[in-house]
Design a protein around this ligand. Structure first.
Ligand code: NCD
Length: 305
């Protein structure tokens, strides 16, 4: 395996055990402390390096936070946030685009609609690839920031919690990656979705709870991880009966039933799936979660150099 490929971040599988995960969390905590200082004291390995942000799908948080993270650790960014303005629109294949960007940049963050695109890119690449989301596949940096958020919100502890994932678990790559990362900890996992949006079998393990109604588990849930319906991944568009989906909305009534130790997370964008009066509830952690993305991505970028 090439050195570039070895340093790539393609799937959460590469954090093989709890120690590997905790190491990233430790690096992230270091970045949080660095950001609190008036001047940067740490000599980052990324200083002077260039990140190419290559996005074949829309993004606000992933692209901006990787961009900001690279600037914070002393690097520079080539932003290609809309490949339609690149030679991709002229028919250039992924491998050629990757080799091109690797001629100018030291690391590439790739978001692509096809599962496995990051692996394909890493095979062709001279420089490390970070998977910024590959279709319904994985989103490892998001899962790491989700995990870090849980760790931070629950006083530096993950063991013993009950995590309930709600919404479109079939097409949501964030829940695929997060469910795998959580397996390194002693957590109870519940999946709540309409049957047609159920978590694929490969991510479900004996002992997990599988439900179609949030009311069945809200009283025992500590982390409610909410996802939107990934309409763009559903070939025939919106279902004829939207009720099937919109009953998966988190309401103030759910918040009232939740236990004391409770947080709501969401990778965003949030469309209809949370009653927005919940935003002002201290237990809504999704804006803090967004901010954590900056620190986690600083740590991940630094780790590839
Ligand atoms: C997620 C994604 O792109 O998978 N967003 C993100 O990266 N924060 C979730 C989504 O789009 O619903």
């Amino acid at each position: 395996m090439s050195l570039a490929r070895a340093r790539s971040i393609l799937s959460v599988d590469q954090w093989e055990d709890r120690e590997a995960v905790m190491e990233v969390i430790k690096q992230t905590r270091g970045m949080v402390m660095d950001c609190a200082l008036p001047t940067t004291k740490t000599p980052y390995k990324a200083t002077g390096k260039i990140l190419a942000n290559l996005f074949y799908e829309p993004s606000t948080r992933t692209s901006s936070s990787f961009h900001a993270a690279m600037l914070k650790i002393g690097g520079h960014v080539i932003p290609i946030n809309d490949v339609n303005y690149s030679s991709v629109s002229k028919g250039e294949n992924l491998e050629d685009t990757i080799r091109t960007m690797g001629s100018y940049a030291d690391v590439i963050v790739l978001r692509h609609p096809d599962v496995g695109a990051a692996q394909r890119a890493a095979k062709a690449s001279y420089v490390p690839i970070i998977n910024g989301g590959d279709g319904v596949g994985e989103h490892p940096s998001q899962a790491m920031l989700d995990l870090y958020t849980i760790y931070k919100e629950f006083d530096l502890r993950i063991d013993g919690l009950t995590v309930t994932m709600l919404g479109d678990l079939k097409h949501g790559r964030t829940v695929h990656s997060l469910s795998k990362l959580l397996r390194h900890f002693d957590v109870k996992i519940n999946f709540v979705s309409p049957k047609s949006f159920a978590m694929p079998d490969e991510f479900v393990q004996p002992g997990d709870g599988v439900y179609t109604d949030l009311d069945e588990v809200i009283e025992t849930t500590n982390v409610l991880y909410v996802t939107r319906v990934q309409w763009e991944r559903i070939a025939d568009g919106r279902p004829t009966s939207p009720d099937a989906v919109y009953k998966y909305r988190v309401t103030p009534e759910h918040m009232a039933k939740a236990p004391n130790k409770f947080r709501v997370l969401h990778p965003f964008p949030c469309v209809d799936e949370i009653d927005r009066s919940i935003d002002s509830d201290k237990r809504a952690a999704y804006f803090r979660q967004m901010r954590n993305g900056l620190y986690v991505r600083m740590a991940l970028l630094e780790s590839v150099f």
